[in-house]
Design a protein around this ligand. Structure first.
Ligand code: HEC
Ligand code: HEC
Ligand code: HEC
Ligand code: HEC
Ligand code: HEC
Length: 487
């Protein structure tokens, strides 16, 4: 019943039990060697030398194209993202500051190891901390740390940052990439190392697997979903869909064909058009028309990816010679992991269906968004419901220790949904079905955006007087005419 309602009472109750549990459950899942993992609950490590981290603008001076593509990406925005900052602020208030390192270890890793990021909020931070997942995060990654955990799965920032080494005459920067380095590699600024990790999903895995900070429950498991699916078997990695343009992504997905060397781009484009929408509003407010246009392009690319991801079939089910049910098959045709993936207990992908008789009279509807922005209780939603230890609905990642319902569609798989029909008269029933998507329930988005730290003024930065109605994308729309009498 409370699936889509952000019930204050339930959340408050779960929080109390969660805090009690957190104290009682210290090291319950496995003993943590805090010397080996100094940023626990983030599993990140810093191979510390005199070599400093470099802000993205400096990399951009020589790597103009990569910089232009990455700027305005979800990775660049990962730390400033107001939806993230709202949730981070709530997390720290609910369970104390320790949990923040887990979050920041993926949303601004360099900010954590340098000690710069100390609390939720964005004021007074340097470019490298503010720019979240920047160039020097990925290109300083030299290895992984999850081989030392009992579970041995990548999770919670299990990578090693090694921006360089101590040289004879001071620090030497080393940047790792996919290519066999040339003589001139690094232009005198850095040296280069070829890295197979950078061609593989394993580079992305340490951040794209979010586990509960204490109980170890997999809240987000994009890498595991990919690993168990057909794309991993056919050697199509995250990079082959997310580091290329839309046409190349479709080819990777449809033909299991790897992009050519020159086709890789630093877009990291997925499904989060809402973040581009917010960032574009901020760029407009700041008078940066060029950035606002770039963000609008990124918005369109994310919508295009969502619309390419799914397909749908409508079929009748007859019983005793009469139309008895409507079957809708929703197929994941191009997502390399489950659809939806990641924050499956927050994202919403659902069916809106209308059936009419010969005269155009509505026989039934399902899944129409209510006037307050909530989904009706009968909506067929593909996502998951989180719950706390107490078997109550919960949404916050420090409370959720299991899914009470987990209905996502595996890569190149499908799910069937049935609707009962009882057409009394007429010969035909016409159906319109839409597969719709949004980043979150309206009430959840409002709760997160109103929890942002004080130094993020939604009106001053984004020009928002209030949280706007979240844009909804129609991923697939199909119509069909079904005959009432049948086999
Ligand atoms: C293992 C790395 C990792 C950790 C740890 C992590 N996140 Fe994230 N977070 C991600 C990734 C990856 C995404 C993007 C997933 C997606 O787009 O669905 C994300 C997305 C989010 C979003 C959605 C943002 C949006 O614009 O829709 C919020 C909110 C968020 N994280 C908050 C947190 C908080 C709070 C914590 C700590 C309790 C945390 N994250 C810990 C990797 C991480
Ligand atoms: C999320 C991780 C990530 C971030 C952030 C990132 N890169 Fe990369 N980069 C990669 C990966 C993975 C490849 C290899 C892709 C491939 O197989 O060609 C790559 C490739 C490269 C290459 C080799 C040539 C090419 O384009 O394929 C250069 C140069 C480069 N990146 C520079 C940068 C710069 C500059 C930035 C910041 C503006 C940046 N990268 C941000 C992961 C990242
Ligand atoms: C002074 C110019 C200069 C700066 C600054 C610079 N690079 Fe480079 N980099 C080069 C040149 C030149 C190459 C070799 C040609 C190429 O691949 O574009 C190179 C190559 C690379 C490669 C490809 C390595 C490979 O073999 O796959 C990566 C990755 C890379 N740089 C990352 C970075 C990052 C990250 C930064 C910022 C920390 C950075 N570079 C700053 C000049 C520079
Ligand atoms: C250091 C951690 C880190 C690494 C490494 C990393 N990511 Fe991410 N990624 C994130 C975070 C955090 C977000 C979400 C930020 C947010 O929504 O606020 C994200 C978001 C994304 C998104 C956008 C999702 C959306 O909803 O639109 C894509 C696509 C993505 N990452 C792909 C990759 C790929 C491909 C790689 C490997 C080449 C990679 N990431 C490596 C942390 C990381
Ligand atoms: C065959 C192509 C393909 C591959 C391979 C692939 N993805 Fe995706 N990915 C998609 C498509 C299409 C979407 C948009 C639909 C969706 O949200 O699932 C997407 C969406 C995402 C999102 C956004 C989810 C959200 O809720 O906003 C993230 C994060 C992501 N992918 C990360 C990854 C990572 C990490 C890997 C590798 C482990 C990967 N993807 C492999 C095609 C792919």
């Amino acid at each position: 019943m409370i699936r889509n309602i952000f019930s204050a009472a339930v959340v408050a109750f779960s929080l109390v039990s969660c805090i009690a549990y957190a104290f009682a459950a210290e090291d319950k899942v496995f003993k943590v060697d805090k010397e080996f993992y100094p940023y626990y609950p983030s599993l990140m490590k810093w191979d510390k030398t005199s070599a400093p981290f470099t802000p993205p603008e400096t990399c951009g001076e020589c790597h103009e194209q990569q910089y232009k593509e990455w700027k305005g990406s979800v990775h660049q925005l990962a730390f400033q993202d107001p939806v993230y900052q709202g949730e981070l602020n709530k997390a720290v208030k609910a369970v104390g500051h320790e949990i923040a390192r887990q979050c920041e270890g993926c949303h601004s890793p360099v900010g954590v190891v340098t000690g710069e990021v100390k609390k939720p909020g964005i004021s007074g931070l340097s470019s490298i901390a503010l720019n979240g997942v920047s160039c020097d995060v990925c290109h300083s990654i030299s290895g992984v740390t999850h081989t030392q955990t009992p579970a041995k799965v990548p999770e919670n920032g299990s990578f090693i940052l090694k921006p360089g080494v101590d040289g004879k005459d001071g620090p030497v920067l080393i940047k790792r990439g996919p290519l066999q380095p040339s003589q001139e590699c690094g232009g005198g600024f850095h040296s280069c190392e070829q890295s197979t990790l950078h061609k593989q999903a394993d580079l992305c895995a340490s951040c794209h697997q979010v586990y509960h900070y204490d109980t170890h429950f997999p809240l987000e498991a994009t890498y595991n979903e990919w690993k168990q699916g057909p794309y991993a078997q056919k050697d199509i990695h995250c990079q082959d869909c997310h580091m290329v343009d839309s046409a190349t992504f479709r080819r990777s997905a449809d033909d299991f064909k790897k992009p050519a060397r020159g086709e890789y781009r630093h877009y990291f484009n997925g499904a989060n058009y809402l973040l581009y929408y917010l960032a574009s509003a901020a760029a407009q407010k700041a008078g940066d028309k060029q950035l606002a246009d770039t963000l609008t392009e990124k918005y369109k690319m994310a919508v295009d990816r969502l619309q390419a991801a799914a397909d749908m079939e409508i079929a009748p089910v007859y019983r005793n010679g009469s139309l008895a049910e409507l079957k809708i098959r929703v197929k994941n045709v191009r997502a390399g992991h489950n659809l939806p993936t990641s924050l499956t207990n927050v994202r919403q992908m659902w069916l809106e269906v209308t059936a009419r008789d010969d005269k155009g009279e509505v026989l039934f509807t399902s899944g129409t968004v209510k006037s307050d922005g909530a989904l009706p209780e009968d909506a067929r939603v593909f996502n998951s419901d989180g719950m706390g230890n107490d078997f109550h609905f919960a949404i916050d990642p420090w409370v959720v220790t299991a899914f009470s319902r987990h209905e996502t569609i595996p890569p190149r798989g499908y799910k069937d949904v049935f609707y009962g029909l009882a057409p009394k008269k007429g010969q035909k029933v016409s159906i319109e079905a839409k597969l719709r998507y949004r980043q979150a329930d309206q009430a959840v988005a409002e709760a997160l955006l109103s929890a942002v730290p004080k130094d993020i003024d939604l009106k001053a930065i984004y020009g928002l007087e209030r949280v706007p109605t979240l844009p909804i994308v129609d991923m697939v729309v199909r119509k069909a005419e079904l005959t009432v009498a049948g086999k």
